[in-house]
Write a new protein. Structure first.
Lengths: 282, 458
């Protein structure tokens, strides 16, 4: 202790601004990226390239035979590839809409007033039935009030509409399971019913996913399903309400799997809504 | 075996999401910085949720997972809500203001979505409500009463009061107690007078002498509602009808403390953080430090109880639930930014020795924390020798100050320590808050504290 220096409190001669914290740099964990397989790319090049070369070769051959025949070939080729291009375009726009949900979710959770307001406006513009709330969103001053407006307006309305879709699909699935002659076919019919339900919920949220988009949406829905599984208790009540009709109750009781299918449809609708909405929880 | 069973059942409950609320009590001896700590916890968790680089130790435990945090809406709870936004605004203001000292109980509730990892990842995020209860520090010092009887407590209390340096504070009460005749009858007027004198004494010892180890704590911070008649007692040694009455009221008080520990409003804690400003105690002198040391040691001993099978059997015999122990206890030395980095290790070691917490404990730990950082580390040359110090602006002063309060001992100080000066801590202003608080609050060691408290969840 005797070697310890004397304590001190000294003021510096110069005035200085308020201290700033040194910005923290957190170690970033790189997300696992899906790398394209060369074999897959090669297969894709062959799958697209050879039909294209064959079509060009065919059209040039038709022109050699007769000019009008060649033009007819060009028209058929243009129509075919045009429709394929249109499908690809729709897929890409569907994928962009799905990606936009993730971006909107991040923006709405950012807590920054401008970012939250812009994201809210962008989302509402994709939902024409809810644009009436835009002036109120523009007038809201804090991110919390913007989020509260969204939760009270579009989120609530979408939730109710999703419930209706889920209940309708649940009724259909009970009927389908009862009418399917073979239990093995239940998987196919109920699966088809589920995919259709997911696409309808996506459309409700302003998205038109194509085939690839639906597959990605299925994956997102599977992930979101766990977050809505906590509502299992409420789900039982919802299922009982759906199959309250004596005939349906009889079917659900007698036909193995009918009640389970109905429950799955309601869960699926809620999970799909959670995957499609940037503000699914609140 | 019981501990293993409890751990397994807790894990099962967590996996099945049967218990969705984690409640952590934040308590501390007077002016230890509970409000600043709660404000910083909320601001930094919200900043982390918004993707800002806050709380490195928590980020490390998350291993790339994205934590979602939001302030939970006020439920139908009788406990007032902790005002996060106004406290952050006060710290972010220019010039900044320290949040006003709170005297009432309050609750900070946050909703956390923590993504699972590994095989459980497909199950999605687990949602938990994290409640921080601003638990009165005075109540913490009631816990040691659970293990003593009235006669022993009375003797020990009167012995401590007779050793008080400022005798004029203790004189009225001691004169009253010593003046009571042997075999005095149980008279309500005497009870009321004795209780009033004793309560006044406790308040003066707290406010004028800076004492912390004052029992019963509920005399200084009564719970909400009308006080029941059995709260009126005072330490009285010997055997007499009045002492018997005091003993029965003391027993009722201790039973109420035990009941509160398990009540849904103030009890049922999963974790507890005990804050202490040890640096100020070092400045206030030997008796103030000894008082803080005694208070901390008593609290640590009271919180170290482990459930035994006899307690379980006793609880079942009373047709009650077995007592629930607090899962994690953290003893925190606050204002760690008032000393240089080299000395913070000593501060944590001092806290460890005072509380007698083992080095590698998983259920209890010690930390040196600055919930709201005010200074930066500098090296000052003094008589040709480099001295590690801190630099910051004192509130109301435009020029920054360089500060070295004295050497912080790594064990309870001996007589030689008190021969040297240890400066009072200046009132530094907080560092500028990044993005006016949305980027979190600069802190020291708070991330390790949160990571420890949420270890099971993360």
């Amino acid at each position: 202790m005797d070697t310890a220096p004397e304590p001190f409190l000294v003021l510096e001669p110069e005035v200085a601004p308020r201290l700033e914290a040194v910005p923290l740099i957190l170690p970033t964990v790189e997300p696992v990226r899906w790398r394209l397989s060369p074999a897959l790319v090669g297969a894709a090049i062959l799958a697209v390239g050879f039909p294209l070369l064959w079509a060009v070769w065919l059209v040039s051959g038709l022109f050699d035979r007769w000019g009008a025949l060649g033009w007819a070939g060009v028209a058929v080729l243009a129509a075919g590839f045009g429709l394929i291009g249109l499908g690809i375009g729709r897929e890409l726009s569907g994928l962009a809409a799905l990606r936009q949900v993730d971006q909107l979710r991040a923006d709405l959770a950012s807590g920054e007033a401008d970012r939250v307001a812009t994201a809210a406006r962008r989302w509402l513009e994709a939902l024409p039935q809810h644009v009436a709330i835009l002036p109120a969103v523009a007038a809201a001053e804090t991110p919390e009030s913007v989020l509260a407006l969204l939760r009270a307006g579009p989120v609530q309305a979408l939730r109710e509409a999703t419930e209706v879709l889920g209940r309708t699909a649940a009724l259909q699935s009970v009927a389908i399971v009862a009418a399917t002659p073979s239990p093995a076919l239940d998987v196919l019919t109920v699966g088809w019913c589920g995919v259709r339900l997911i696409r309808r919920v996506a459309a409700l949220h302003g998205m038109r996913p194509g085939m690839v988009g639906t597959l990605i949406l299925l994956q997102k829905t599977a992930l979101a399903a766990a977050t809505v599984a906590a509502t299992e208790m409420a789900l039982n009540a919802a299922t009982h309400a759906v199959i309250a009709h004596p005939l349906l109750r009889h079917l659900a009781g007698d036909v193995a799997g009918a009640g389970v299918a109905a429950r799955r449809m309601i869960v699926l609708a809620r999970a799909a809504a959670a995957a499609c909405s940037p503000l699914s929880r609140g | 075996m019981i501990a293993s069973f409890l751990s397994a059942s807790r894990l099962a409950a967590d996996v099945l999401q049967l218990r969705s609320t984690i409640r952590i009590g934040i308590t501390g001896l007077a002016r230890s910085g509970k409000t600043a700590l709660l404000t910083s916890v909320a601001a930094n968790l919200l900043a982390l949720s918004a993707g800002r680089p806050a709380l490195p130790a928590v980020s490390e435990q998350l291993r790339g997972r994205k934590l979602q945090v939001s302030v939970a809406p006020a439920a139908a709870s009788a406990i007032p809500r902790f005002e996060v936004a106004s406290h952050i605004a006060a710290l972010a203001a220019d010039p900044p203001r320290w949040p006003a000292r709170t005297t009432a109980i309050s609750l900070l509730a946050l909703d956390l979505d923590v993504p699972r990892e590994g095989l459980l990842a497909p199950l999605g995020a687990q949602r938990r409500r994290l409640e921080f209860l601003d638990y009165p520090g005075e109540w913490l010092l009631d816990l040691p009463l659970l293990g003593v009887d009235f006669a022993d407590w009375s003797e020990a209390t009167l012995r401590r009061l007779e050793a008080v340096e400022c005798t004029e504070i203790a004189r009225p009460f001691l004169a009253f107690v010593r003046g009571l005749p042997a075999g005095v009858k149980a008279d309500e007027a005497l009870t009321v007078t004795g209780h009033r004198l004793y309560t006044d004494l406790l308040k003066r010892l707290r406010d004028e002498a800076g004492w912390a180890f004052l029992q019963p704590g509920r005399f200084l911070m009564p719970p909400p509602g009308a006080p029941p008649p059995w709260t009126e007692f005072f330490p009285l040694p010997g055997r007499s009808p009045l002492a018997n009455l005091m003993q029965s009221r003391f027993n009722a008080y201790v039973e109420a403390v035990r009941r509160d520990l398990m009540s849904p409003m103030f009890g049922d804690l999963d974790g507890l953080v005990v804050l202490t400003d040890l640096l100020s105690a070092l400045n206030q002198g030997q008796s103030a430090f000894a008082d803080a040391q005694a208070a901390l040691a008593a609290a640590a001993d009271a919180l170290r109880w482990d459930q035994s099978w006899t307690e379980w059997l006793a609880a079942f015999a009373r047709l009650e639930l077995p007592p629930r122990s607090i899962g994690r206890v953290a003893f925190v030395a606050t204002k760690a930014d008032h000393i240089a980095a080299r000395q913070r290790t000593n501060l944590a070691a001092l806290m460890r020795r005072v509380t007698r917490i083992p080095d590698a404990g998983t259920t209890s730990a010690v930390f040196a924390v600055a919930a709201v950082r005010c200074t930066e580390d500098v090296v000052e040359t003094l008589a040709g020798r480099p001295v590690s110090a801190v630099r910051g602006r004192i509130i109301g002063e435009a020029r920054p100050a360089r500060f070295y309060p004295g050497e912080v001992p790594d064990h309870p100080p001996d007589e030689a320590f008190w021969q040297h000066r240890f400066l009072a801590l200046p009132d530094f202003e907080p560092m500028r808050l990044p993005e006016a608080g949305r980027g979190g609050i600069p802190q020291l060691g708070l991330d390790s504290l949160i990571a420890f408290l949420l270890m099971d969840l993360l």
